[in-house]
Design a protein around this ligand. Sequence first.
Ligand code: FMN
Length: 207
Amino acid sequence: MVLWSLRLKVAARGGSPSRVLRSMLEAKIKTMSLTPNDKLQFILGRRSIRVYAPGEVSEMAITQLLQAAMAAPSAVARDPWRFVVIRKKETLSAIAAALPNGGMLATAPLGIVVCGDLDAAHDRQLSYLLQDCSAAIENLLLCAHGLGLGACWLGVHPREDRIRKLREILQLPASVIPIAGIAIGHPGEEKEPRTRFNREYVHWEKW
Ligand SMILES: Cc1cc2nc3c(=O)[nH]c(=O)nc-3n(C[C@H](O)[C@H](O)[C@H](O)COP(=O)(O)O)c2cc1C
């Protein structure tokens, strides 16, 4: 849409299309860069979206989601996160049935199960693995929001029954622990940006 209107503007200007288009695109990109306030609004705009409109999630979007996830901080950069990308309806429904609060996964076009490989984690510590995977999950959720998609974190770890069922469904190797599912699709509901900021949770200098 933006490109199309730029093309029309170039034609209207009667200039050399490639040069004019390039300079207009550069100007557009400059104005699109977010101010600090916009960046905060962007973060506050990420909400759990549990209703999905029809439509697949493109391969390009899936790649971007995974790139964002794997840009997260991880202890000693060990990157113990592993991802199972699921688009088959049958598998999405099986996982939805295994997660008491994850029924909406059956209605989503895409699920990503974020796992951690204990053998790859710093000092083989579960705590590092969980922190690393959680950082990756939040990055992925923010990326989904940035792409105009809707997503929701579905709790798996530390519920033993959920872990066991996901291990079975996804045929995970012994050292790989499923941490969370993420349901992703085109948003079928709208939510206001918000923070749950609470002054009482903040201590300055000392508790
Ligand atoms: C560890 C964890 C587990 C969660 N599990 C579920 C879940 O199983 N089902 C669900 O609908 N939402 C789940 N959520 C999403 C929370 O319910 C949601 O983030 C919270 O209500 C705040 O709303 P917001 O994400 O819109 O800001 C989970 C979130 C976290 C961090």
